[in-house]
Design a protein around this ligand. Structure first.
Ligand code: HEM
Length: 216
């Protein structure tokens, strides 16, 4: 146990923790995006998907505890790395550019991460920790058709797209999968997944805002 803690407290260990928790969170996002895409099929389809999910009972509770743990590790290690980087910069010792060069995604990682953190707190308040007096589909429609909320969702989804566009690249770099022959495929693949995920997540608040037929 002590050896494991020592390994993870090293700088490489922390990067590995970030990479693995990041990829697990991305798997959750892929599943969540697939589930949420049933909103495009109408109210009944989305409600029926949500009912199936809830019928899994304590499996869902176990999954939520796991997800929370992974999320807490990801955020805590990110905060530690952020302050270590600041300290290293102030002592003029910091050469940690990714071999793919600085991109808007890599430069803004801590800030987009913070926006996503705020988003998740608001999001869980909107849909999870709320007493449901109506179906989940009606709740999503009513919540996201409020301009302030849907605009907030759109901004947060833009931050999410920037964040994971760099996250996928960073995952492969941390694992040492870095070769001129594959780098283009890795970058294009990462951007492709980001584009599909981002399009689904961003389209939902946009449709809720402009189309009265959404989720009806
Ligand atoms: C427009 C996009 C999104 C919509 C419409 C949406 C919708 C929902 C709904 C309806 C629930 C509640 C499920 C339930 O308790 O019955 C939920 C849960 C959740 N959402 Fe989202 N979501 C969106 C985007 C996101 C994003 C981008 C993230 C993460 C960055 C996220 C993270 C979560 C988490 C962590 C939960 C709790 C999961 C659980 O309790 O099992 N969501 N979402």
């Amino acid at each position: 146990m002590k050896t494991m803690l020592t390994a993870f407290s090293s700088s490489v260990g922390k990067k590995l923790l970030m990479a693995f928790t990041g990829i697990l969170l991305s798997l959750f996002l892929i599943a969540h995006a697939i589930g949420n895409s049933t909103t495009f099929l109408g109210l009944d389809a989305f409600n029926s998907y949500a009912e199936h999910l809830h019928s899994l009972g304590c499996l869902i509770s176990l999954f939520e505890i796991g997800l929370l743990l992974i999320f807490l590790i990801h955020v805590s290690v990110a905060i530690i790395l952020f302050f270590q980087n600041l300290q290293a910069r102030s002592t003029r010792y910091q050469v940690q550019k990714s071999s793919g060069g600085r991109t808007p995604g890599s430069r803004t990682m801590p800030y987009t991460g913070l926006i996503i953190l705020i988003f998740i707190i608001v999001h869980l308040g909107d849909f999870h920790f709320i007493e449901k007096t109506t179906t989940i589909g009606v709740l999503v429609k009513e919540t996201l058709s409020r301009p302030v909320i849907s605009l907030f969702y759109i901004v947060a989804m833009a931050a999410l797209i920037l964040h994971i566009s760099h996250g996928f690249w960073s995952f492969f770099q941390t694992l040492g999968i870095n070769h001129p022959k594959y780098n283009c495929t890795i970058r294009t693949g990462g951007l492709g997944v980001t584009f599909i995920l981002g399009s689904i997540f961003v389209l939902i608040p946009i449709l809720a805002l402009i189309w009265t037929g959404f989720l009806s």
